[in-house]
Design a protein around this ligand. Structure first.
Ligand code: FA5
Length: 330
C-alpha cells in the first residue's frame, strides 16, 4: 500500500505525458502494482481480505480520476505549447525572394498577349463552341477534306463542335469588322489527341492582319521580331507548308534554344524547333466572308509548345496535372 501511496503522490507532480503514461503502467498495468496487490489478497483472512480489497478499489478509483484529470491538463498544455511554436505572424513581410510567376501556361500566354497588343493587335477571345462553317468550311476546309482528319474533332449532337483551332476567330473578325483588321485571338482549343506533346485540350494564339498592300514580308518581320523577343536571339527558318486557309503557307522553325544547334534530344538532332504555322490569307477565305480582293496574313501557334520550350518542360501533360512540386519550380 505504501508503494501505491507513493505513486499517487508522484502523479500530482508529473509534468509530461510520457512520464504520466509510465506511471499509469506502473500502477494499473497488467503486471503493475495494483494487479500485484490484488493477487496478494488470496493470502489474507476473509475479513482483512474484504477491507483490503475495498481499500484497493478506492485507491484505484482515486488514481484513475486523478490520472484522467492530469492527462487532460497536460494535453491542453502540450497543445498550447505547439500552437505557440507554430504560430504564423501574417503581418510579417514576405521573405520569399523568388516570387511566383504563376502557372507556366498563364505566364507564357500573358507574355504573348503583351507582346502583340503592344504592337497594335487587338485581343479577341472567341467562343469555345463553334459551328462547322466557322471552324472548317469558311476556312476552305470543305466536308471530306483530309485536313479535317488532322484535327480530329469533338462534336456535339446538334452539329456544334469544340473548336479545333483558334482560326474560326479570323472568320468572326472578318464578318463583323471592316478592314483594316489587326487582331490576335487567344484561348483553349480541343482535339482527340493524347501523348507527351499533345493533349485533348490545349491553347493557341491566332494572329490576323487584313489590309490593302499586306504582303509576306510583313508577316516575316512580325513573327521574327516576336520569336527574338520571346526567346532571346534565335535564328528563324521558313519552310513551305500547307494550310487550306492560307496561300502560300509556311511553317516556322527557330534554332534550338536547348543546344544552340549542336544537336540534342529536344530538336531530334536537327538543330531546329518547329514553333508555328503561318501564311497569307487564302482568296477563298476572303470570298467566304465577302472581302474578295483583300490582302492579309495569319499565323497560329500553340501556347503549350512555347511554354515547354521556354520553361524547359518535356512532357506537355505535366501542365495539367496540378502537381504542386512542378508548379513550385516556377
Ligand atoms: C493550326 O491549328 C492552324 N490553325 C494554325 C494556323 C493559323 C496556320 C493561321 C496558318 C495560319 P496546327 O494544326 O499545326 O495548325 O496547330 C498549331 C499548333 O497547335 C501546333 O504547332 C502545336 O503547337 C499546337 N497543337 C496542335 N495540336 C495540339 C495538341 N493536341 N496538344 C497541344 N498542342 C497542339
Amino acid at each position: 500500500m505504501q508503494a501505491l501511496q507513493a505513486a499517487l503522490e508522484k502523479l500530482e507532480e508529473v509534468k509530461d505525458l510520457h512520464t504520466l503514461e509510465e506511471l499509469r503502467l506502473l500502477v494499473l498495468g497488467k503486471k503493475g502494482l495494483l494487479a500485484h496487490a490484488f493477487a496478494g489478497l488470496k493470502e489474507l483472512e476473509q475479513e482483512e481480505k474484504t477491507r483490503y480489497a475495498q481499500e484497493l478499489n478506492r485507491f484505484k478509483e482515486s488514481f484513475s480520476t486523478l490520472h484522467a484529470q492530469k492527462k487532460q491538463a497536460l494535453q491542453a498544455l502540450e497543445l498550447q505549447v505547439r500552437l505557440e511554436a507554430e504560430k504564423i505572424d501574417v503581418s510579417l513581410a514576405n521573405t520569399h525572394s523568388g516570387g511566383s510567376l504563376g502557372h507556366p501556361l498563364n505566364y507564357t500566354k500573358e507574355r504573348i498577349i503583351t507582346h502583340f497588343t503592344q504592337r497594335g493587335f487587338k485581343l479577341h477571345l472567341g467562343a469555345l463552341v463553334e459551328d462547322d462553317f466557322h471552324n472548317f468550311s469558311a476556312l476552305n476546309i470543305p466536308p471530306h477534306h483530309p485536313a479535317r482528319a488532322m484535327q480530329d474533332t469533338f462534336y456535339f449532337k446538334d452539329h456544334k463542335l469544340l473548336r479545333t483551332h483558334t482560326s474560326p476567330s479570323q472568320i468572326h473578325a472578318m464578318q463583323t469588322q471592316t478592314p483594316p483588321i489587326k487582331m490576335i485571338a487567344v484561348g483553349h482549343t480541343f482535339r482527340r489527341d493524347y501523348d507527351t506533346t499533345h493533349t485533348p485540350m490545349f491553347s493557341q494564339v491566332e494572329g490576323l492582319v487584313v489590309d490593302t498592300g499586306v504582303h509576306f514580308g510583313h508577316l516575316k518581320q512580325v513573327l521574327e521580331e516576336f520569336l527574338n523577343a520571346f526567346f532571346g536571339s534565335v535564328k528563324v527558318r521558313w519552310r513551305s507548308s500547307f494550310f487550306p486557309f492560307t496561300e502560300p503557307s509556311a511553317e516556322v522553325d527557330m534554332s534550338c534554344v536547348f543546344c544552340q544547334q549542336k544537336g540534342c534530344k529536344v530538336c531530334k538532332n536537327t538543330g531546329w524547333l518547329e514553333v508555328l504555322g503561318a501564311g497569307l490569307v487564302h482568296p477563298e477565305v476572303f470570298k467566304n466572308v465577302g472581302l474578295e480582293g483583300m490582302q492579309g496574313y495569319a499565323f497560329g501557334l500553340g501556347i503549350e509548345r512555347l511554354a515547354m520550350l521556354s520553361c524547359e518542360i518535356n512532357d506537355l501533360r505535366s501542365f495539367f496535372e496540378t502537381d504542386l512540386r512542378m508548379l513550385e519550380a516556377f
